[in-house]
Each structure stands twice: as C-alpha cells, then as structure tokens.
Design a protein around this ligand. Structure first.
Ligand code: AP5
Ligand code: ZN
Length: 208
C-alpha cells in the first residue's frame, strides 16, 4: 500500500513508520533521514538562501521545496509500497505529491503540544542502527547501546520551539487539506507506543 503518515515534530512518525515498514513490507521513505544523510550536500546552484540543508535544519526551518521534492520523487519512483514520513510539509509540497502518486491511507498522529516537547528533548538515536529511543519512555536495555546514543542536533529546546512554530504555520494547513478531502484517519498519538501501533495497524488494515 501507499501510506502517508502526518504529525507534528515528535508525534511518533518515525517510531510508527518503522512498525509499518516491517508489518506491511513497505519502504520507509523519510525526508528527514534522507536530508540528515545529505546534510552537507551543495544546493547553491538551486538558487536557495543557504548552500546546504544543514543550515536550514539546524535552525528548524524547512529545506527549500525544490530540494525536497526531488528527493521524494526519486524515492517513490523506486518504491513499490511505501510509508511516507516528513512530507508534505506545506501546501505546495502536497500539490507536488498529488502529481507524483496516489495515496491509499493518510494517517494523522494527534499529540498534545507539551508532550511533543518532552518527547523531542528526551529523544536519543543509535547512530549504528538508526533506532529511536527516549531517555524516559523507551531507554535501551543494553548498556553498550546506551553508551553510544546521540541526541539529534535539532532537538534542543530552542530549535524544538521553532520547529513547532514552522509546523503550525506550514504543515497544519496540509492536515486540514486532507481533512477537507475526507481522507484523514486520525489516531490518538498521546497513548503508549504499543497502543498507538495497535490503532495505526487497524486503520491501515481497514483502509488499504
Ligand atoms: P524530520 O526528521 O521529519 O523531523 P520532524 O518532523 O520534526 O519529526 P521528528 O523526527 O522530530 O519526530 P517523529 O514524529 O518522527 O517522532 P519519533 O518517532 O522520532 O525533519 C527534520 C528537519 O528536516 C526539518 O526541521 C526540516 O528542516 C527538514 N525537512 C524534513 N522534511 C522536510 C520537507 N518535507 N520539507 C522541508 N524540509 C524538510 O518520536 C519522538 C520521540 O518520542 C522518540 O524519543 C520516541 O522514542 C518517543 N515516542 C514516540 N512515540 C511515543 C509514544 N507513543 N509515547 C511516548 N514516547 C514516544
Ligand atoms: Zn522522524
């Protein structure tokens, strides 16, 4: 199936996408991870304000559409089924996406704002596996993994605030757009990860 997962920064898109990719045997297409792997890519020929994605990302701003649209177009053309995470983030990207592909399910993880901040500032990543942890909610059992965990550069309190502002301004209209089209499947993302997963799984099974 073609699955889109929407939600604010920290809503659990990456966490649930990993479950979805495994259960439904689809590709996890994530613009955030793709950009983090290419943070120092030279984009100066694209007539952008800054020369690398890093300069946007570390401030919590959106990387220019031209850069991100190309990444998604390429990734989707190579994937049979997919779960798309991190895109579209504004109405222009939503328009682009509608020209690239058709969607079977549009999920929205609904999470309260103070919970988002708590999740983001406590998040840790395993640089070796890409696995997502949380110091409080989901710490690794293996002390070796614990010792190598890293914090994402944009998970500082200041950058988190800016990411949430950018989300409200640019991405909430995208959620409203799918809501108006009548295709938005809302899931209560405030629940524990396993409970969110049960709802996500059931929603995909019903819709796809
Ligand atoms: P991106 O990587 O997409 O970041 P984001 O949207 O801010 O989302 P996050 O990855 O922070 O959160 P998530 O929803 O995946 O949550 P997670 O599962 O990790 O984008 C980063 C940057 O790249 C952007 O700021 C922008 O600069 C650029 N970019 C990316 N896409 C772009 C685009 N399309 N256009 C332009 N620019 C773009 O979970 C968070 C934490 O909570 C973890 O610690 C996890 O363990 C924990 N957790 C998860 N679920 C639960 C739960 N149910 N209960 C308790 N804890 C939980
Ligand atoms: Zn993510």
């Amino acid at each position: 199936p073609h699955i889109l997962i929407l939600g604010a920064p920290g809503a659990g898109k990456g966490t649930q996408s990993a479950n979805i990719a495994e259960e439904f045997d689809v590709e996890h297409v994530t613009t955030g991870d793709a950009l983090r792997s290419n943070k120092e890519m030279d984009i100066s020929d694209m007539d952008t304000e800054y020369d690398t994605p890093a300069e946007y990302m570390d401030q919590g701003e959106l990387v220019p559409d031209e850069v991100v649209n190309a990444i998604v177009d390429e990734a989707l053309s190579q994937a049979d089924g997919y779960v798309l995470d991190g895109y579209p983030r504004n109405l222009e990207q939503a328009e682009e996406l509608s020209e690239m592909t058709d969607l079977d399910v549009v999920l929205y993880l609904d999470v309260d704002e103070e919970e988002l901040v708590h999740r983001l500032t406590g998040r840790r990543m395993d640089p070796e596996t890409g696995e997502i942890y949380h110091v409080e909610y989901n710490p690794p059992e293996d002390p070796e993994i614990e010792g190598r965990l890293e914090q994402r550069e944009d998970d500082t309190e200041e950058t988190v605030k800016e990411r949430l502002r950018v989300y409200r301004e640019n991405t909430e209209p995208v959620v409203e757009h799918y809501e108006e089209e009548g295709v938005l499947e809302r899931v209560d993302g405030n629940q524990a990860p396993d409970e969110v997963w049960a709802d996500v799984k059931a929603t995909i099974e019903d819709a796809a």
